[in-house]
Design a protein around this ligand. Sequence first.
Ligand SMILES: [Ca+2]
Length: 241
Amino acid sequence: MFNGDVCVPTDQCGCAHDGRYLLAGETIFSSSCTEKCTCSTSSQLTCAESSCRSGETCTLIDGVHSCELKEAQCKVSPEALLTSFDGATGKYLYSGIYNLAFVCDESALSWFRVLVSIGTDSDNGLVAVEAIYVFFPDAFIAVKKNNRTWVNGRSVKLPYNKNAVSVSQVWDGIVIDQASQVEVHLYPNGEVTVKAKKTFAEKLCAPCGNFNGDSTDDLKLPSGKAENTADVLQAWKAEDF
Ligand SMILES: [Ca+2]
């Protein structure tokens, strides 16, 4: 018997499904990824209900559907509530400058590091976002909530473009972008979003999480241990500020 174009014993044959030939051991998703079928040895096709995880989307690649991680967004609300790339949440309780997201491998060409400055509002005493700091291999960008922007310590007029890094003023704040792979947006109300393409999936550290589609392994201490969320956020204070 043949499995694809390889001659195999009959108990290792593939399966026919929807006009497609599946190799033994191959798995296929239905067009909306609601059903997952696996071809076992002995040509048994086993199908079960399925769905993509919350951080994933049903994607057609080379004629085959599968659950793929989509671009993800980490967010800090104006009131300093963090939502990780994979959807875990935690609230900043104290002032300080905190790591939000960075590429774990500091030698990576596409390395970046995003920090958020949380302060206490003098009027109402509530903690809120005041500024963001973004590092790339060749640029350090500081943006205050009033849109004042510095690159490598110098105040700049926007737009700024150099070495695949751009900083632009848009109608609702300041957008910082590196090679269209990561985008950091500071809104006038203090909201911060970090959008990362899936090339960064599972390569990120800090409270925005590892971007693996699973919220349950987010919000860990730098050591990897789990504590209560407020302690985790506090533990990611930037040591160099
Ligand atoms: Ca995760």
